[in-house]
Design a protein around this ligand. Structure first.
Ligand code: 5GP
Ligand code: MN
Length: 349
């Protein structure tokens, strides 16, 4: 299971951990299950190794993850700026999880980048920037939590994985694979699942809490979005959902409420990709998902300055929601060449 991790990298990581006393773990803005699962998972491991560790996140994590052990200990940069800055500046090692470029940390980016200590990247996104001293990057893995598990095993720390660590790691794997249904390239992920279950992780509870629990308003917002705000573009085999501020306020929107919404149009037979645009306070947040190998990451990269994975990507647009929508519609035909030409692959309405 640890064979996919280069042994010199595991050795170097182990040495860096052993040499450090104060360790900061950090992840991307608008953190998801994999970002929080990987940072908190490694946090539990480091604590069982007797290290002083702090997880510093750029902004608040969704309440759907509040069941995770250690969630209350997260240091949120937007809430406790000074504490986070002092902690980062006094760290002797920073472990960056689940992002491939510093800009994914928003305002926290310069704080992390200007820190003088050594940095390790643990990630699974394509084409990472070389911003860390040690790059543990495996884009063909399902999740950063999968990378974490394998690297922990490769470092010889499997014995130090406790129930809390196992719970966090399994959560990231479950959220990034949508309960083992997408993004799986290595079949031994099921062996990893077995090992985490053996540590006592409660899969049923994780699936319920992290994937299948939501607020009343969030469910209503999703129903409204699908019924009133979803447009289908049959020629491009595309679906687009947009939500403006007014609608979000009407449905008492809270962070995390639209998690998973972008996946729903993919349930329609023939839809190759789905784009969701949400008007946030500072920008329009764009999310893309696709099936059948359509590279939705290209759309996010070329039109919205973002990226991610081939079939799950995102970006941002600075302008009005209408302009964002128009930009996509005007450029849809450019991406038609990626659509499979098989005649049965049509949208059935
Ligand atoms: P989500 O749609 O859940 O926000 O993100 C899906 C995937 O795209 C994640 O793997 C995430 O890291 C990536 N992603 C989301 N937003 C951005 C962005 O603004 N820039 C880049 N480079 N990647 C993003
Ligand atoms: Mn991830």
């Amino acid at each position: 299971m640890d064979k996919l991790i280069e042994s010199d990298k595991a050795k170097e990581f182990r040495l860096l951990i052993e040499e450090s006393e104060k360790i900061v773990l950090t992840c991307h803005v608008r953190p998801d299950g994999d970002a929080i699962g990987s940072t908190l998972g490694l946090w539990h491991l480091l604590r069982s190794l007797g290290k002083e560790a702090v997880v510093v996140v750029p902004d608040k994590a969704p309440v759907s993850l509040s069941f995770l052990p250690g969630f209350k200990e997260l240091a949120v940069y937007t809430c406790h700026k000074e504490y986070c800055e002092t902690t980062v500046s006094s760290a002797d090692l920073i472990i960056c999880c689940d992002f491939n470029t510093p800009s994914r940390q928003d305002a926290l980016a310069p704080v992390i980048q200007n820190a003088h200590c050594r940095k390790v990247l643990v990630d699974h996104h394509q084409e990472p920037d070389e911003f860390a001293d040690l790059m543990i990057s495996y884009p063909d893995m399902s999740s950063t939590c999968e990378v974490c598990f394998r690297v922990i095993a490769a470092m010889g720390f499997f014995g130090e994985v406790n129930l809390d660590c196992a719970t966090c790691l399994l959560t990231g794997i479950i959220t990034d694979t949508r309960n083992f249904s997408v993004n799986i390239k290595h079949s031994d992920i099921y062996e990893i699942l077995m090992r985490l279950l053996d540590k006592g992780a409660d899969k049923e509870r994780i699936v319920k809490e992290a994937l299948n629990t939501r607020s009343y308003w969030s469910l209503r917002l999703e129903a409204y979005a699908l019924s009133e705000r979803m447009r289908i573009f049959p020629h491009h085999r595309a679906a687009l959902i947009t939500l403006d501020r007014e609608t979000l306020e009407r449905f008492h929107y809270e962070r995390g409420d639209t998690e998973g919404l972008v996946n729903r149009p993919l349930e329609i037979k023939g839809v190759a990709y789905s784009i969701f645009m949400r008007q946030d306070s500072d920008c329009v947040k764009v999310s893309g998902r696709s099936v059948g190998g359509f590279p939705v990451s290209e759309i996010c990269k070329q039109l919205f300055g973002g990226g991610g994975h081939l079939q799950a990507a995102g970006g941002e647009f600075y302008g009005t929601l209408e302009d964002c929508e128009q930009l996509l519609i005007d450029n849809m035909s450019r991406f038609d060449r990626y659509l499979s030409k098989a005649p049965h692959e049509r949208i059935v309405m």
